[in-house]
Design a protein around this ligand. Structure first.
Ligand code: ATP
Length: 140
């Protein structure tokens, strides 16, 4: 089995989508191994999204990701990384509503930035992101 890091972003929590998203997760055959809610600060987001630090949208992304708590989960199943990415749908939630109407981003997202959920995109990023939240990165 494979593990991945799933995150409900601040807009997902503000919109009260957590229970609905967890129902979809469990119904899709994932086990939720660990979960927690946490308020990220600017330093945390800069580290988590380091690959985007030079992008023009980065300041806005930091503001969005620190606008409220996030809810992170370790999901486990066979092919968890790709299957969770497929379930959440394309990055741009406004397009997801048209092309992938059953995806999670179509249900709770708004646009290219406020897309309500995150999923690791490779085994390397899953390992990094799981240790980011459930290792000692945040408490150090
Ligand atoms: P995530 O990594 O959160 O699962 P993703 O892999 O689909 O999303 P990335 O390209 O890694 O998308 O971008 C990370 C996040 O940055 C996106 O989920 C979105 O919130 C935000 N973002 C990406 N591109 C843009 C953009 N052009 N304008 C505004 N925000 C963006």
């Amino acid at each position: 089995k494979e593990k991945t890091l799933a995150m409900i972003k601040p807009d997902g929590l503000f919109g009260n989508y957590t229970d609905e998203i967890k129902r979809v997760i469990l119904h899709s055959g994932f086990s939720i191994l660990k979960e927690m809610s946490i308020q990220l600060n600017e330093v945390n987001v800069r580290l988590f999204y380091a690959e985007h630090s030079k992008k023009s949208f980065f300041p806005s992304l930091v503001k969005y990701m620190t606008s409220g708590p996030v809810f992170v989960m370790i999901l486990e199943k066979v092919n968890a990384i790709a299957d969770w990415r497929a379930l959440i749908g394309p990055t741009d939630a406004s397009k997801a509503k048209v092309t992938h109407p059953d995806s999670i981003r179509a249900i709770c997202g708004l646009d290219l930035e406020r897309n309500c959920v995150h999923g690791s995109d490779s085994p390397q990023s899953a390992a990094r992101e799981i240790s980011f939240f459930f290792g000692d990165t945040l408490s150090s």
